[in-house]
Each structure stands twice: as structure tokens, then as C-alpha cells.
Design a protein around this ligand. Structure first.
Ligand SMILES: Nc1ncnc2c1ncn2[C@@H]1O[C@H](COP(=O)(O)OP(=O)(O)OP(=O)(O)O)[C@@H](O)[C@H]1O
Ligand SMILES: [Mg+2]
Length: 239
């Protein structure tokens, strides 16, 4: 059974067609990178899958359920574009940010239970940020903040993680370490869907690439169909 199935998907804003007849499917354990130039609809596609936006036409099935009826939000998580970039005195600690990943699913705020604390600790440990748990989020570097947001996405042990450009504005070394972290999470069985422009993470970690074009069409490539040159072309030229 495919874990995500997108069939003949179309999406238009009143004045503009963004996605035109897009179909692809993912199996459990896939690592998909979504590429395309600015404005081709990469973030829009994630928002459609997550039911934040409604398709103009077509169907999306996630974990076997229609996206519009999907309710198992503990099984998926989302790291949105520009999640980081806090003011240095933003009043939340690292562990409080990760805790939001638990509470948003429960729909209420309560004092963390012991089991919640253990989940938060273990998520921070997986991203190498356990020793920062009491620090203010705004006082961390962009790459460290991004790790914390990945921990927040991990705290419910989801089956699929969606990430929208998680490595933008981060230095090369931190990008590598975040991409390796995502690669490890993927090897542990989590399906990953990531919008990115980072060629090395595509080459080394993903097994599928979805390329969105300016005309609204999309093409899916499997790993045996891409190498550094084809990926470079897909990321930097729109064809
Ligand atoms: N509310 C809106 N109304 C009309 N057009 C919109 C709206 N939101 C986004 N758009 C347009 O939809 C297109 C797709 O936007 P989207 O954010 O999905 O692109 P993207 O591929 O994620 O780009 P980027 O690489 O810059 O993040 C863009 O051309 C944008 O201008
Ligand atoms: Mg975007």
C-alpha cells in the first residue's frame, strides 16, 4: 500500500494555475525531495497534502485516507518554511518548543507528565540537542534551531515527516549534519518528504525526486535516473 498517493492534482489561485495534473505515489521508507524554482508551488503542494489548502481538482490519499478526512495527526509532522529565526529573547525554551509537538496533538496544555518529559528528552537526544533543553530558542544558531524543530517533529514518532526547505540560511557544515540526521531517521523507517535546493542531500539521502515546473507540470525521478548533473539541471534550470 502506498503511504502517500497524489492523483491528477490541480491547484489554482483565482488569477493563476499553480499545479496542473500532478500524480505520484510514495511507499513507506521513501525519501522524496521536491525541487523547482521559486514560485513553482512546492510549499503549496505540501499544504495541499496536509489539508491546509484544498485542491481545485484531484485526490490525495495519505496513510490510506483522503487528505480532507485525515485525522491521525500524531502519525505525520510538518516543519514549515522559515520555522526558525526567532528574536533572541523569544520567551520559550528548547524543551517547551519540542513539547508543542505533543500538545498540539492533544489540543490542550497541561503540566508535562513524566512520560512526556521522556519523549521530549529522547527526541532532543536523537537530534543531538539534549544538553540545550533549558536554553532559550532565540539564543541558538539557525542550524541548532532547525534541529530543535526536527525534534518537535519527531516527538510523536511519526510515520511521515514533511519539511519545507529546512536548511535555508544554514552554513554548509550544519546543512550536512541536518541532512545526515534526516538520512538516519529515514533509515530507521520514517518516510521523509522535503522541499530543498540542496543537491548533495538529494544525491546522498533521497531515493525519489519530484521536479515542479513553471507550467504547473511535475516529473518524478527515481534514484537510478539521477546523478549529479541531472540533479543540478533540475534544481538550477527549470526543465
Ligand atoms: N494566497 C495567494 N494568492 C495568490 N497567489 C499565491 C498565494 N500564495 C502563493 N501564491 C503564488 O503561488 C505560487 C506558488 O507559491 P509557493 O509558495 O507554493 O511556491 P514555492 O515553490 O514554495 O516557492 P519558494 O521556492 O519561493 O518557496 C507563487 O507564484 C505565489 O506567488
Ligand atoms: Mg516555498
Amino acid at each position: 500500500m502506498s503511504i502517500l498517493q497524489v492523483s491528477e492534482l490541480c491547484f489554482k489561485y483565482p488569477d493563476k494555475t499553480i499545479l496542473e495534473n500532478i500524480s505520484f505515489s510514495l511507499e513507506k521508507g521513501d525519501f522524496l525531495c521536491i525541487v523547482g524554482t521559486n514560485g513553482t508551488g512546492k510549499s503549496t503542494l505540501l499544504k495541499l497534502i496536509l489539508n491546509i489548502l484544498k485542491p481545485t481538482k484531484g485526490e490525495i490519499k495519505i496513510l490510506g485516507e483522503s487528505a480532507s478526512k485525515f485525522t491521525s495527526f500524531d502519525k505525520i509532522s510538518y516543519v514549515s518554511q522559515k520555522a526558525t529565526g526567532f528574536n533572541a529573547d523569544f520567551p520559550a525554551t528548547v524543551e517547551e518548543i519540542v513539547a508543542l509537538g505533543l500538545y498540539s496533538k492533544k489540543g490542550f496544555l497541561s503540566f508535562p507528565k513524566k512520560s512526556d518529559k521522556l519523549k521530549i528528552e529522547s527526541a532532543l537526544e536523537r537530534v543531538g540537542m539534549k544538553s540545550y533543553s533549558k536554553r532559550l530558542i532565540g539564543k541558538l544558531s539557525g542550524g541548532q534551531q532547525q534541529r530543535v524543530f526536527i525534534a518537535k517533529a519527531l516527538v510523536n514518532e511519526p510515520e511521515i515527516i514533511f519539511l519545507d526547505e529546512p536548511t535555508v540560511g544554514i552554513d554548509v557544515k550544519a546543512v550536512d549534519s541536518i541532512c545526515c540526521l534526516l538520512g538516519e531517521l529515514n533509515k530507521s523507517g520514517i518516510t521523509i518528504v522535503m522541499v530543498t535546493h540542496d543537491i548533495s542531500s538529494i544525491l546522498y539521502h533521497s531515493n525519489k525526486v519530484l521536479h515542479l515546473s513553471e507550467d504547473g507540470s511535475a516529473k518524478i525521478l527515481a534514484s537510478e535516473e539521477f546523478n549529479s548533473q541531472t540533479i543540478f539541471n533540475h534544481v538550477h534550470h527549470n526543465h
